[in-house]
Design a protein around this ligand. Sequence first.
Ligand code: 5GP
Ligand code: MG
Ligand code: MG
Length: 182
Amino acid sequence: MSEEAALTPVKALKPVFSQEMIAVRVRELAAEIDALYGQEPLVAVCVLKGGFIFFSDLVRALHNENMELDFVRLSSYGKKATSSKHVIFSKDVEIDIAGKHVLIVEDIVDSGHSMQFLMSQFAARRPRSLRLAALVDKGERREVDVKVDFAGFKLTEGFIVGYGLDYAERYRMLPGVFEVTL
Ligand code: 5GP
Ligand code: MG
Ligand code: MG
């Protein structure tokens, strides 16, 4: 209640990526991913909550019958003003990823701290390969060395919502992506 009251109200939502643009891009990424893995055993890992819509569209566009699906949720601790550098699992995968190809599916990579944490945790479990798909890559804002193997879109600035992405838990359900004006 108090947290909601303290929220800066949203003045406007400016369209950035339409539902149609996203659908086209998801099919292109799926074709690249299918071409790489074929029917090899693959674990696709959704990063909750933001990745859930991108993940559900992407996995339904893939044709790998040996694909397993699992979910993680990350929490970051630290002051809001600085980028959060302390990340923990609030939910880990349940599937053993050792010896399997792993594809992490994330909403957006910004500073890279969240994905650096997740990828180093996963790498220690000796997967056969480890790659990252993200709907949006804010590459110019990177603070640590994290490479997005399959990027839907690149963005240099702005805070976006929709298609899984939230502003204080709102707007995740919007079918397209919008930039928030406060
Ligand atoms: P990183 O650890 O790469 O700095 O942060 C990545 C996380 O920050 C994303 O998974 C997402 O939850 C959040 N984030 C970064 N940029 C945006 C944005 O423009 N919009 C929203 N809704 N979340 C963002
Ligand atoms: Mg995320
Ligand atoms: Mg969020």
